[in-house]
Ligand binder design. Structure first.
Ligand code: DGT
Ligand code: CA
Ligand code: CA
Ligand code: ZN
Length: 576
């Protein structure tokens, strides 16, 4: 989605954080947080809106609209700059540590004079946190873990950010005269959950026009290196993009090579050597006389090696080459297999689009069913009540089926520290489908977390565990129950695990999907949309599902509605 929306949303969120950290009005901070969500989820690109259009964004009043207009005109927001100046840069660095947050960062600065991440680690080592109110032994451990997450993610970006840049570059380069083909490769093509740099590959007889066009694209911040075979740039946002140009006759081999992963390539090259070939970024060669075997497509490369084409999402050396040789590659789930979304929100809670808007967009996507699952009542922030929930249900029943799309009434329950959820059995029985998620108490011990999830799975009315690890990529670490025990309970009770498609969640991740699938667990690939624009995030969830080797049979929302309803009814019958 539009980049300017995301930039402005993150500035508004920062403003909200700075209000809290400087002891400002909590209500005012909430207002800016709400506006940040509204802007991020707004369908129209901010840069196309006038003052009136801006005021129509949910959560954006006049004063916030003015700040957005100022940012568009001057590239800065004076009020934000003023607040930034009140907080030492080191403290803002501390705020970025997953799990620390503004209040604790400020306390560390005030009480211990800590103003960098390294100083904080020293303070922990020296035991200086132990005397501090609100900083127990467990907090120190969590902080250490948070720093790990932060540093591991350093320099990597979300797949949505990388994809947007890659699509712009590819579209521009395809227009350059002489460009025979152009696409993105690397971790982006393999749908990893974070991207180090973007690798673009182009085929042309001569590389000069493409290299020149690339270096002059508007998104280029600086050119890092430029030569006849490779040019690297960094975008204004700091993301590196490499362009390689190869002769058309090498396209297949080059695309195979630059898609990776490195581990997959090494495995494939071993096979090539055994078959009397040499395989490199320059092409596929006969070893005895070094003749190039023309391979215009990847299919031809794999075929020469006696293999079917292997989908990029599988190329991680997790047994895919052996499976390809044996003819047992999985028939991966695709976006076209998805018949409905089972986790979505509206503006009844923290969504920014109305029910009617969400349904209209869902219909455009061709869904056969669609579940509305607004937040349940135990999250005070959401102000949900029994009456509101029942009124929403009546409304859905009145609307009836939307052409070919059946409407399901659901909710996203909160799994409390003991594993109980918001409503009793009688009330829960009125829903068509329930997602249940952890939204608090992330720092329980692994044993407590395990018991919590197992209890939720045993609830007859819980059908899907939402964003199970609760991670936010680069910001909040995954929680760590005994996943094997949780997956056993899920498989045993007929509870699906979610593959949440939000680009900063992608939760479960591919490795946990793999482990769960081995135990016979079923999955729901959902958008968790809080806005109409989020419904299209499903593509990212599908990428991660494929990386976990999922087939349509594993994914409950590829099933026809009758089978899905039976899955839900069977669990109720068995456990209620
Ligand atoms: P990233 O950028 O960290 O998200 O991950 P990748 O996989 O995009 O890695 P990158 O950009 O360093 O390289 C792109 C592809 O080029 C990589 O997936 C496989 C190939 N490649 C790079 N270096 C090597 C190497 O030393 N050996 C082999 N066999 N392939 C390599
Ligand atoms: Ca890369
Ligand atoms: Ca690269
Ligand atoms: Zn949630």
């Amino acid at each position: 989605m539009a980049r300017s929306n995301e930039v402005v949303a993150s500035l508004l969120q920062e403003y909200a954080d700075l209000i809290s950290i400087t002891g400002g009005d909590a209500f005012r901070a909430r207002t800016y947080e709400k506006a940040a969500r509204g802007v991020a989820g707004h369908g129209a690109d901010l840069s196309t809106l006038d003052a009136k259009g801006l005021a129509q964004i949910p959560g954006v009043g006049k004063s916030i609209a003015d700040k957005i207009i100022e940012y568009r005109a001057d590239g800065r927001i004076t009020a934000l700059e003023e607040l930034r100046a009140k907080v030492p840069a080191g403290v803002r660095e501390l705020m970025d540590i997953p799990g620390l947050g503004p209040a604790k960062a400020m306390a560390l600065h005030r009480e211990l004079g800590v103003d960098s991440v390294d100083e904080l680690l020293h303070a922990i080592d020296a035991g200086r946190l132990s005397g501090l109110r609100g900083f127990g032994a467990k907090t120190a451990e969590n902080i250490r873990h948070g720093v790990d997450v932060l540093r591991r993610g350093a320099g990597r970006v979300l797949i949505s950010t990388a994809l947007e840049t890659a699509e712009q570059v590819v579209a521009a380069l395809r227009e350059v005269p002489g460009c025979v083909d152009c696409t993105y490769a690397g971790s982006l093509r393999r749908h990893r959950d974070s991207i180090g740099d973007v690798d673009i590959l182009a085929a042309a007889v001569g590389s000069a026009p493409l290299m020149a066009a690339f270096a002059q694209l508007p998104l280029v911040g600086e050119v890092i290196a430029s030569g006849p075979t490779k040019t690297s740039i960094r975008t204004a946002g700091g993301l590196q993009v490499d362009l390689r140009v190869v002769p058309p006759d090498s396209w297949g081999a080059a695309l195979q090579y630059f898609t990776g992963s490195k581990a997959h390539n090494i495995r494939v090259r071993e096979l090539a050597v055994r078959k009397g070939f040499k395989l490199s970024e320059y092409g596929l060669f006969r070893a005895e006389d070094d003749t190039l075997i023309v391979s215009r497509t990847e299919e031809e490369v794999y075929q020469q090696l006696g293999l079917p084409w292997i989908p990029p999402t599988l190329r991680e050396d997790r047994g895919e080459v052996a499976a390809a040789r044996a003819g047992t590659l999985p028939e991966l789930v695709t976006e076209a297999d998805i018949k409905g979304d089972l986790h979505t929100h509206t503006d009844l809670t923290d969504g920014v689009s109305t029910l009617a808007q969400m349904l209209a967009t869902a219909r455009e996507r061709g869904y056969r069913y669609y579940a509305v699952t607004d937040h349940a009542k135990n999250m005070p922030m959401q102000r949900m009540t029994d009456a509101k929930m029942l009124a929403q249900r009546r409304k859905l029943r009145e609307l009836g089926d939307q052409g070919r799309m059946a409407l399901l009434h659901g909710t996203e329950l909160n799994i409390d520290p003991d594993g109980a959820v918001d409503w009793d059995a009688d009330f829960l029985a009125g829903f068509d489908v329930c997602v249940a998620s952890v939204h608090s108490h992330f720092t329980q011990t692994p044993a407590e977390l395990t018991a919590r999830f197992v209890a939720a799975c045993r609830n007859p009315y819980v059908n899907i565990i939402g964003h199970p690890t609760t991670r936010q990529i680069g910001r909040r670490p995954a929680i760590e129950p005994d996943w094997d025990a949780v997956f056993d309970a899920a498989a045993d009770t007929g509870t699906a695990m979610e593959v949440n498609s939000f680009p900063d969640r992608l939760d479960l991740d591919d490795e946990l999907i793999w482990r769960a699938r081995a135990k016979g667990v079923k999955f729901a690939v959902d958008s968790d949309a809080h806005s109409t624009v989020h419904l299209a995030n499903l593509r990212f969830g599908i990428g991660i599902a494929q990386r976990g080797w999922l087939t349509p049979a594993d994914v409950i929302n590829t099933w026809p509605l009758t089978r899905l309803r039976k899955f839900i009814a069977d669990k109720r019958r068995k456990l209620a």
